[in-house]
Design a protein around this ligand. Structure first.
Ligand SMILES: Nc1ncnc2c1ncn2[C@@H]1O[C@H](COP(=O)(O)OP(=O)(O)O)[C@@H](O)[C@H]1O
Ligand SMILES: [Mg+2]
Length: 246
């Protein structure tokens, strides 16, 4: 279970997240929408421990971050949390000096201490499922944006994260690729993963998400089943946002 309760985050005097609360059952997808600057990426960064939180709690399968922990305890929990939460960043950040398969086995070998041979076998399976097996020995610099993204997804999944976070995975994709990404992500949900996806593409989120969270100015304005939020939003701020997103 993923649970976020009254999550607060400040940068200096600026409160960027003003008490965000939601809960996600396993094997569901949460789509996060909202204008630029509304705090979506900051929310994801609090969920994977890249930002310390100033209030409330973040909980993922029994690991809990909260404000007020000692520095050492916070770091210990973040380390534990990172084993459960994988992230695909907007710019992928593949290691340029490693081949595709090298990128994928890097964390399983060095963090989980998986034997290299096992990690490679699994890497090939993952590459097969993201349609990139033929590129296993290539280097990231020779791949297109869409191909790099598939490798980044495979790399994150190689750590078997319970929760996968994706920050704007559709921003550089054409409509055909957006549709195959949707199908790909749903396959991994069926295999047991839970996901939070930030996107500006309502068509994509409509097809991939179980629930939608609409954020404005660091506030969770509306949260509910995808169809309800996208097609009959309750809050006037959600209505306005969706009108402009059309
Ligand atoms: N490290 C930081 N230091 C100061 N302000 C930040 C930092 N990261 C994000 N912000 C601010 O927090 C707000 C929300 O940013 P962000 O979470 O990136 O929004 P979104 O992803 O919805 O576009 C923005 O006003 C941004 O400038
Ligand atoms: Mg962002």
């Amino acid at each position: 279970m993923i649970r976020v309760t009254d999550l607060r985050k400040r940068f200096g005097n600026n409160e960027i997240l003003k008490g965000i609360t939601f809960e996600m059952p396993p094997q569901t997808v949460l789509g996060v929408i909202g204008a630029s600057g509304s705090g979506k990426s900051t929310l994801l960064r609090c969920l994977n421990g890249l930002e310390t939180i100033d209030g409330g709690t973040v909980e993922c399968n029994g690991v809990r971050l909260e404000a007020g922990l000692s520095h050492a305890e916070y770091r210990r929990r973040v380390k534990e949390l990172r084993l459960k939460v994988g992230t695909v960043f907007q710019h992928f950040y593949l290691f340029p000096h490693l081949s595709v398969v090298g990128n994928i086995i890097e964390a399983p070998v060095h963090v989980l201490h998986s034997p290299k041979k096992n990690a490679e076998t699994e890497a090939f399976e993952l590459l097969e499922s993201v349609g990139m097996k033929q590129a296993a020995r290539r280097y990231p610099g020779s791949l297109s944006g869409g191909e790099q993204q598939r490798v980044a997804i495979a790399r994150a999944l190689a750590m078997h994260p319970a929760l996968l976070l994706l920050d704007e995975p559709t921003s550089a994709l054409d409509p055909r690729r957006i549709n195959s990404l949707r199908i790909l992500l749903r396959t991994f949900v069926d295999r047991g993963h839970t996901m939070i996806i930030i996107s500006h593409s309502m068509g994509f989120l409509g097809g991939v998400s179980d629930n939608i969270l609409f954020m404005e100015g660091g506030v969770a304005v509306e949260y509910g089943p995808t169809d309800e939020v996208l097609n009959s939003p309750k809050d006037p701020r959600t209505k306005d946002f969706l009108k402009q997103a059309e």
